[in-house]
Design a protein around this ligand. Structure first.
Ligand SMILES: *Cc1c(COP(=O)(O)O)cnc(C)c1O
Length: 790
């Protein structure tokens, strides 16, 4: 890279955008100017890559979520100019770190599913796979979280407040999306996905919804000002927020509009490009295109594709269906019933009646294909796309899609054997496993440069960044004390950095010499943050009774957002807040243990947390966490897993061996055994310690501010409710095993060298969890696509 040229470009961009020189610019202006200058550097490669991709088969990832995080640091790393640019800025008296920190996260997703999409984008580019992402450019991403007096407060996320220098708005590629009541314009914003180690630059194309005109001139002229902008607002609402509240019908309609908006715009774009490259021949469409549906949110793409071919291109329904059966594949991300989307037929009819006609036709078609199978009536009913006037999106995807994949081996097995068993029997050839992965660029090279440097030194080169299986070779250092000591020194450095950040942002002091035990993930009952909280409270009581208990000091760290409408999840945050206060303010114990709930868990904060963890807490009820990817980020940064035999934990333990992790609790098959007669009350009555921590919810130990939320939590465990049995996630049944496993952690941590070995063994066997491996499996087994390098 030419430093002088970059500097000139920064100056130029700053001058024309802000009317001042870099020397006078403030942080966000420097961030924009630098980003634009870097964009200038790659734009030619970007265009070239897209031209080359057009000549061969391409894959499109359809996802309602992309949890991208920050772009600047990642792109500097991908372009391999990080140190150079840092130096250049220093010469200009600018601190790169400060510039990076002012960037808002692009938080256009909720959790693991959205982050997976972002990791796949990165791996697609690095592996030189012609893969493009399609989604929605929400004006506001997932809410930003404040913790006020221990409770979650939601604030709007304004990720665009300083601009979005990495995206290019392409008005010339806008398309129209028509609902039965109005039409909107979909405008693509393209973001480059820059490959580390090659010149390929892939594309993430996100659509923004706009009104066809800027406002209704006639109404405005009639001085009806509010009415004049109403239609404009209604159009823009479509890409305003991720997962709008859908407790009422208006909200449901908006979500459905978003889904249709995204798939219709994306398909029109793909069809237009197909026609430009390959003319009007649609019979070969599947030779050129394949679409991966990330969960059920984009499944409306199937009837919309058929509609576009039949109504716009004059192709027969049967032919259009046959083509769609060769281009769509579906990824299942969960077995939780509430997440398997079912849309009421009359909502679909209201918004796009033609789509409802096509869905009915599809349902009839598949019913006819099953006619000779001799199914019983009830079995047959389960295969229907429409049941009780509701459209089962997963059923639609499984019937039409050529592939159905789970996201970890255990999850895929559960799909085949249980949740989707009848589907597996009907279409065994469609089912595949694709264990999730994470990008080693962001989740090691970028977020942990200290550990990266050590690995590079030990392996002799940086090849591991693009081929993570190279980490295997680290195993030979497992008895090398100087390497193990350096590993622990790096961990300490990362803990110091995190402690400083927490002190600065939340004013809470934690001790970097204590064990950092971290649970960070969305707040959900099945993930069992409450079980962790009960354990921590129990440990507190134990220390009160036995202040000389032999143990290292421990810092328990939580980070989690609770979905705004999920009251119980918010109550759990409040409960953790109360425990935090009790423990941290108690001079008798706060040298031995502390609790911190970090505010606003998101990608950029995750990058500070994973490298600083001593223990990775993955304690979901067995069978409920499809894969998990946070578990992989911890592993890659050298933290043993403390977890249940669930999701990808199973494969993590298989790779790094059970003795290097802390596995506890009921397994899937154990739960299957006891589920019919599970009696949490018995566990409660037979364990005084468990009783004490559960009672703390109702005996006045803590205050929920008079809301009765804690009582509701208590009852959810012991009484059950109209919609579920008591303790549906088996917290009480796993409490004792949890505690024993945690005791084992506290003991093991006291032997520094054997602990360091466990960390090293985890790093050395994390290679298989690279999303590069995952994306190559998709390319080979599902998409039939080979890499092409520019
Ligand atoms: C990796 C990641 C997740 C997923 O975490 P799980 O523990 O797998 O649920 C969620 N949010 C963010 C910000 C992440 O980086």
């Amino acid at each position: 890279m030419n430093k002088q040229k970059l500097k000139e470009s920064m100056q130029r961009n700053c001058q024309v955008k802000y009317g001042k020189s870099i020397e006078k610019a403030v942080s966000y202006q420097i961030w924009n100017s630098l980003s634009l200058a870097l964009l200038e550097e790659i734009v030619e490669n970007w265009n070239q890559t897209q031209e080359i991709y057009k000549k061969q088969k391409r894959a499109y990832y359809f996802s309602s979520e992309y949890l991208m995080g920050r772009a600047l640091g990642n792109n500097l790393m991908s372009m391999q100019v990080y140190d150079e640019v840092k130096e250049l800025l220093e010469e200009m008296h600018i601190n790169l770190n400060e510039i990076e920190e002012i960037e808002e996260d692009a938080g256009l997703g909720n959790g693991g599913l959205g982050r997976l999409a972002a990791c796949f984008m990165d791996s697609g580019a690095v592996m030189n796979i012609p893969l493009s992402g399609y989604g929605i450019r929400y004006s506001n991403g997932l809410f930003s979280q404040k913790i006020v007096d221990g409770s979650q407060v939601e604030c709007v996320d304004e990720w665009l407040k300083y601009g979005d220098p990495w995206s290019i708005r392409k008005d010339d590629l806008a398309v129209e999306v028509t609902f039965d009541d109005f039409t909107v314009r979909a405008i693509p914003y393209d973001t480059p996905i820059i490959a580390y180690g090659s010149k390929n630059v892939n594309t993430l194309r996100l659509w923004k919804a706009e009104f066809l005109e800027s406002f209704d001139f006639e109404l405005f002229n009639n001085q009806e000002y509010d009415e004049a902008v109403q239609a404009k607002n209604r159009a823009e609402d479509i890409s305003r927020v991720l997962y709008p509240n859908d407790s009422k019908e208006e909200g449901k309609l908006l979500r459905l509009r978003q889904q249709y908006f995204m798939v219709s715009a994306s398909l029109q774009d793909i069809i237009r490009s197909h026609k430009e490259e390959h003319g009007l021949d649609f019979t070969t469409f599947d030779k050129w295109h394949v679409i991966q549906l990330n969960d059920t949110h984009p499944v409306l793409a199937i009837p919309e594709f058929i509609r576009l071919l039949v109504d716009e291109e004059g192709i027969k329904f049967e032919e259009a269906l046959a083509i769609s059966q060769r281009i769509f594949a579906y990824t299942n991300h969960t077995i939780l019933q509430e997440a398997l989307e079912k849309w009421e037929m009359d909502l679909i009819e209201q918004l796009f009646s033609r789509i409802s006609e096509i869905i009915i036709k599809l349902d009839e078609h598949f019913e006819a294909t099953l006619a000779d199978k001799d199914y019983e009536e009830e079995v047959l009913e389960q295969f229907h796309i429409i049941q009780d006037e509701k459209v089962h999106m997963a059923n639609l995807a499984i019937h039409v899609g050529f592939g159905v994949n789970g996201v970890a081996q255990l999850h895929t097995d559960i799909l085949k054997e249980r949740e989707l068993h009848q589907w597996y029997e009907l279409y065994p050839e469609k089912f595949q496993n694709k264990t999730n992965g994470i990008t080693p660029r962001r989740w090691l090279r970028l977020c942990n440069p200290e550990l990266s440097a050590l690995i590079t030194e030990l392996l002799g080169n940086e090849d591991w960044v693009m081929d993570l299986s190279k980490l295997d070779e680290l195993e030979k250092y497992v008895n090398d004390e100087s390497v193990l000591k350096r590993l622990m020194a790096i961990k300490h450095t990362k803990k110091v950095q995190l402690a400083e950040y927490i002190k600065e942002t939340q004013g809470i002091e934690i001790d970097p010499n204590s064990l950092f035990d971290i649970q960070i993930k969305r707040l959900h009952e099945y993930k069992r943050q409450l079980l962790n909280a009960f354990y921590i409270l129990d440990l507190y009581y134990e220390l009160k009774e036995n202040p000389t208990k032999e143990m290292p000091s421990v810092t328990f760290i939580f980070g989690a957002k609770a979905f705004p409408g999920y009251e119980r999840a918010k109550a759990i945050i409040k409960f953790i807040g109360q425990i935090q206060q009790l423990v941290n303010e108690d001079e008798e114990v706060n040298q031995k243990m502390r609790v911190v709930f970090v505010e606003n868990y998101r990608v950029s904060l995750a990058e500070k947390l994973f490298p600083a963890a001593d223990v990775s807490k993955q304690i979901s009820m067995a069978g409920k966490e499809a894969s998990g990817t946070g578990n992989m980020k911890f592993m890659l940064n050298g933290a043993p897993t403390f977890g249940t035999y669930d999701g990808a934990n199973v494969e993590i333990v298989e790779a790094s061996k059970e003795e290097n992790n802390f596995i506890f609790g009921l397994r899937v098959e154990d739960i299957a055994q006891i589920e019919d007669e599970y009696d949490p009350q018995a566990f409660y009555e037979n364990d005084k310690n468990l009783m004490r921590v559960i009672d703390s919810l109702i005996d006045g130990t803590f205050s929920d501010g008079g809301t009765e939320e804690f009582e509701e939590l208590h009852d959810s465990l012991l009484e059950g409710t109209s919609w579920h049995e008591p303790d549906q996630y088996y917290l009480l049944a796993d409490f004792k095993a949890f505690k024993e496993a945690q005791e084992a952690v506290l003991t093991a941590y006291q032997d520094e060298m054997s602990w360091a070995k466990m960390c090293l063994m985890n790093i050395a066997h994390a290679g298989v969890f690279s999303s590069d491996r995952t994306i190559m499996e998709y390319a080979k087994d599902l998409w039939d696509i080979k890499p092409i390098r520019i």
